[in-house]
Design a protein around this ligand. Structure first.
Ligand code: ADP
Ligand code: MG
Length: 558
């Protein structure tokens, strides 16, 4: 298709905005043109971060002598003809604006030759004006040279950063092209030195080795998922969870080989790592989404960096699952996984077991549960109407004791168990003043402790709360209670809360304590009648639920 000026109705539909904002933006547009021209080799050279000099050379189809001048007109393109094409863009460019905009902002020369033309055509355009045009010997392909970017536009020149920063950004852009097009040979030079050179062997891993280094490339895991042939597929390489970075600089997502910035896409990819990569860190990888062009809109951003999907949630799910499956195949993902991880609750559902907090009944009551057995001496497994429940035996017991004690305390009915052998307890210099107050002594008595003074800094304990008797020796229990009197107690909250939490923790079964089936059922039954079941007094989870639907779908029984 020849170059034509787009009709006004198409121009009106094209996302407006500036494309030539930096050397990296110029390089991006010129490399896109080379790729659209079917190049197999693309060489990029810059000097002083691209501010002084940018040259992009390709071996693509070239521009015919008759069209070279037209290519610099605004809205002149060979890639789009009517409105219909706008809904199915298959090229990187389509706006017909890049060359015109670059020639407005800098001094541009272009030499191009098609395979059928006997000689090349040369043109020099600066500040939007054609200064020279003529015939030149040239190899097939196109060479565009951009000099003195923004020299005549002081407002924009002011936004240029240090040449090293600009050069680094150009390097990022070229690196992304190298990852998106492993079958193309890219060579990038800055200040006369080769900074990147790819083999163009079609192997994504070898392109990744050039861009990120051998050691990263060797560790990358293959991702591949075809949702529907010709319509939606995900392919690429991602790092293991052990490879993580403080930024997303080594994470690139392409849609039909166009680099995109869509935040939700990156979030979907990273959701596959939830729970297996440290929070706040980012994985490494390159993902290419292959999508029916009719189902993606690239005409939403002047630099074409944002895209919109017709079926966004399907696309996001495909990315997350493709990556998750790849990680799982390498053994990086725990077996228990909830379909739907990665949504807004992704972090909370990290390992796929629904937590009490996320329970549909909120902090309400538990359904009827049947204890099935003990696991690892730490957990109680129970069957419920809506799934498999896993309880932490220490935490569940602590909660039961805590609630019972708080209820008795509130009702003024804490039972005391008298000691056959009253226990003398020496008080530390910190404890003595806590006990000096009559109100403090009254609190301890209400809590079930019976005691009397025993010299200036000791007490004789004659009874302890029956609920906690046997948890520890009477002196230890008494000292726990005194510690709860202190407002600085780490448990925080009211005195009643601090006391109940401390004593319950002492009395509760520990990890490793064997439990009979009856003990377990008893614990769960008592929890069922507790009013607030979601967390232990310290805020830890009491149980997690593996929903029935998840199990059904995991085994293909949906
Ligand atoms: P667009 O890429 O959106 O069409 P550009 O201004 O970037 O607009 O380019 C205008 C036209 O010039 C292109 O449509 C293409 O026909 C031609 N062109 C530009 N660069 C090249 C190149 N490197 N090789 C072949 N043709 C090119
Ligand atoms: Mg273009």
């Amino acid at each position: 298709m020849g170059i034509r000026i787009l009709p006004p109705e198409v121009v009106a539909r094209i996302a407006a905005g500036e494309v030539v904002t930096s050397p990296a933006a110029v390089v991006k547009e010129l490399v896109e043109n080379a790729l659209d021209a079917g190049a197999t080799r693309v060489e990029i050279e810059i000097r002083r971060g691209g501010i002084d000099f940018i040259r992009v050379k390709d071996d693509g189809v070239g521009i015919s002598a008759a069209e070279v001048r037209l290519a610099f007109q605004r809205h002149a393109t060979s890639k789009l003809s009517g409105l219909a094409d706008l809904g199915r863009i298959v090229t990187l460019g389509f706006r017909g604006e890049a060359l015109a905009a670059i020639a407005q902002a800098a001094d541009v020369t272009l030499i191009s030759r098609t395979r059928s033309d006997p000689a090349g055509r040369y043109i020099r355009v600066a500040g939007g004006n054609v200064l020279e045009e003529g015939s030149r010997p040239a190899a097939p392909g196109t060479v565009v040279t951009v000099r003195n970017l923004f020299a005549h536009l002081p407002a924009r020149r002011r936004f240029l950063r240090d040449p090293r920063v600009e050069a680094a950004e150009v390097g990022q852009v070229v690196g992304r092209f190298a990852l998106a097009y492993p079958e193309i040979e890219f060579k990038f030079l800055s200040e006369g030195r080769v900074r990147l050179q790819t083999a163009g062997d079609g192997q994504l891993r070898s392109a990744a080795a050039e861009v990120w280094g051998d050691s990263v490339a060797r560790q990358l895991i293959e991702v591949g998922r075809v949702v529907e042939p010709g319509r939606l597929a995900v392919a690429g390489l991602v790092g293991p969870p052990t490879l993580h970075r403080p930024t997303r600089n080594e994470l690139a997502i392409f849609v039909n080989r166009r680099w995109v910035q869509n935040r939700r896409l990156y979030a979907a990819l990273e959701a596959a790592y939830v729970g297996i990569i440290p929070a706040g860190r980012h994985p490494v990888g390159v993902i290419n989404l292959l999508l029916d062009p009719a189902e993606v809109d690239v005409n939403v951003h002047p630099a074409k960096a944002e895209v919109r999907f017709v079926y966004e949630s399907e696309v996001l799910t495909a990315v997350r699952q493709a990556v998750r499956d790849a990680l799982k195949a390498q053994g990086y993902v725990p077996d228990l996984e909830l379909a739907g991880v990665g949504g807004r609750d992704g972090a909370q559902l990290a390992f796929g077991l629904e937590s009490a907090r996320a329970h549909p009944e909120g902090s309400g009551r538990l359904p009827r549960l049947r204890a099935i057995g003990q696991f690892e001496g730490k957990f109680i497994l129970a069957e419920g109407p809506d799934g498999l429940y896993v309880f932490d035996q220490h935490v569940v017991h602590e909660r039961v004791l805590y609630d019972a004690f708080r209820r008795a305390l509130a009702a003024g009915q804490v039972e005391t168990q008298g000691l056959l052998d009253p226990a003398p307890v020496e008080l530390t210099p910190q404890e003595t003043p806590l006990l000096a107050e009559a109100s403090a002594r009254a609190r301890l008595k209400a809590a079930g402790f019976a005691f009397e003074a025993f010299g200036p800094d000791a007490v004789l304990v004659r009874g302890v709360p029956a609920l906690f008797a046997g948890a520890a020796d009477p002196a230890t229990l008494f000292k726990e209670a005194v510690a709860a009197l202190s407002a600085e107690d780490a448990a925080g909250g009211s005195w009643e809360h601090r006391l109940a939490a401390r004593l319950a923790c002492r009395r509760a079964v520990k990890a490793g304590d064997p439990l009979t089936e009856r003990d377990m059922q008893d614990l769960i039954d008592r929890l069922e009648s507790a009013e607030l079941v979601s967390t232990c007094p310290h805020g830890r989870h009491i149980f997690r639920r593996l929903p029935s639907q998840y199990l059904a779908s995991a085994f293909g029984r949906t």
